[in-house]
Design a protein around this ligand. Structure first.
Ligand code: NAI
Length: 461
């Protein structure tokens, strides 16, 4: 048994960041994690491994599509799937060990095992009871499935199974055209699978700016992904080596089916809180299974919650920011998260990134806005990279010119978006971005041009 100032439950991006910041602020801190390695879903079976496979499959695509055009001749590489998975596992190991090192460096104790909270201030791990003035729940989320669909992680897989398939499937059916479906669908399409994405809505990526969503779907279609939109999956029948997906088209209620060797279920995630004993503790929960919080404090004093278990987008960086804010509050500081400026990125090719309001949201609010757009076709650097497809779109207040939202589809969108985030944090006007000197030739010039388009006009359009 040990006594701490803070015990963080969960070693994912929310939890480990919170624990490190608590320790840096002079609090005696432990983090409970039951997995063999730290890093949670993100590092072990989420963001990091999927980015490794996206990078590898994108490199293959580059070799197949663009090398010869640049005078790089020779046979395009073939896929050694075993080696690609080994590379992915090595990337995971480097990252998870890195967190272990950071824990040691910052003197955060890693308590190995699964935690229960028998009472506020007490955390039970296995047979051992630990005490703490503050307990932070950062237990994340798990894949949500559909009624009539059973995930066996062999033929019917979640993102976890999709990152470790024994071979590249000939036919992959993806249920859900959200972030996971499109990222992993892209990976397998590039590796040669015949990919069909079945989506309930009549567009991909719910919540995204409509114009960007359309261009993304069109581009992915060109890359070989098939889409069945407006279709509700009702059942998946799995056999040993294949499965049949049954769905109904919403427009006429007609029934259809699709056969695949692997079915990826990517219909969202749900908060993971089972086993913590929250019901007995009386922690207030929402109908959707999220822990209810006010400034990350649950209804039970001394117990906090952050990340995927509470309201808001299920994003690692949102959880990290909450982790820092909670650490600061526990240390007596004024921890804060600006939920209006949380970027979202989809790591397809081209990438998609957005921050702030979409055009649809501004219309619904009845807010007067202006749009500045710039195509990557007008950006020299993008053209040299065969990446002229896509654009930057800046939405600014019609009267004040203040930036309200930025949406990018194009090369390195996930990096470019942060210029917009910083500008928005400083309450910048589009003109502030437009008058900032941008190095030439860079992709970032497209952001400046879009800002110029909010005023007197872009130069290279
Ligand atoms: P999602 O919520 O992004 O998309 C799920 C999709 O499934 C929706 O478009 C929905 O309409 C569709 N759907 C639901 N039921 C259906 C049915 N019966 N038939 C057909 N379609 C159906 O969920 P996803 O992609 O599973 O991601 C889960 C979470 O993980 C999200 O919150 C996402 O933000 C996060 N994530 C973020 C990443 C990133 O930031 N790059 C990468 C991976 C995941």
């Amino acid at each position: 048994m040990a006594d701490y100032d803070v015990i963080v439950i969960g070693g994912g991006p929310g939890g480990y960041v919170c624990a490190i910041r608590c320790a840096q602020l002079g609090l005696k801190t432990a983090c409970v994690e039951g997995r063999e390695t730290l890093g949670g879903t993100c590092l072990n079976v989420g963001c990091i491994p999927s980015k490794a496979l996206l990078h590898a499959s994108h490199s293959l695509h580059e070799a197949q599509e663009n090398f010869a055009r640049m005078g790089l001749k020779g046979k395009a590489p073939s896929v050694d799937w075993g080696q690609m998975l080994a590379y992915k596992d090595d990337v995971i190991a480097q990252n998870t060990k890195g967190i272990e090192f950071l824990f040691k460096k910052n003197k955060v104790d890693w308590i190995r095992g699964w935690a229960k909270i028998p009472a506020a201030g007490t955390v039970l791990v296995g047979e051992e009871t630990h005490t703490a003035r503050h307990v932070v729940i950062a237990t994340g989320s798990e894949p949500a499935t559909l009624p009539g669909v059973e995930i066996d992680e062999k033929v019917v897989v979640s993102s976890t199974g999709a990152l470790a398939l024994p071979k590249v499937p000939r036919r992959l059916a993806v249920i859900g055209a959200g972030v996971i479906g499109l990222e992993l669908g892209s990976v397998y399409a590039r590796l040669g699978s015949e990919v069909t994405v079945i989506e309930y809505l009549d567009h991909v990526t719910p919540g995204m700016d409509g114009e960007i969503s359309k261009v993304l779907q069109r581009t992915l279609k060109k890359q070989g992904l098939n889409f069945v939109l407006g279709a509700a999956v009702e059942k998946v029948e799995a056999k040993k080596t294949k499965a049949t997906v049954h769905y109904k088209l919403r427009k006429d209620d007609s029934a259809h089916s699709l056969e695949a060797d692997v079915v990826l279920v990517a219909t969202g995630r749900r908060p993971y809180t089972s086993g913590l004993g929250l019901e007995a503790l009386g922690v207030a929960m929402s109908k959707r299974g999220q822990i209810e919080t006010t400034n990350w404090q649950t209804s039970v004093p001394g117990i906090w919650a952050i990340g995927d278990v509470i309201d808001g987008p299920m994003l690692a960086h949102k959880a990290e920011d909450e982790g820092v804010a909670v650490a600061e509050r526990i240390a007596g500081q004024a921890g804060h998260v600006n939920y209006d400026v949380i970027p979202g990125v989809i790591y397809t090719s081209p990438e998609v990134a957005s921050v702030g309001k979409t055009e649809e949201a501004l219309k619904a609010e009845g807010r007067a806005y202006k749009v500045g757009k710039f195509s990557f076709m007008g950006n020299g650097r993008a053209k040299a990279m065969f990446a002229g497809e896509g654009f930057v779109k800046i939405l600014a207040d019609k009267q004040t010119d203040r930036i309200l939202g930025v949406h990018i589809i194009g090369p390195s969108a996930g990096e470019l978006i942060h210029e917009a985030c910083v500008a928005m944090e400083f309450g910048a006007a589009a003109e502030d971005l437009a008058r900032t000197c941008h190095a030439h030739p860079t992709l970032s010039e497209a952001v400046r041009e879009a800002a110029l388009a909010c005023g007197d006009g872009a130069i290279h359009a």
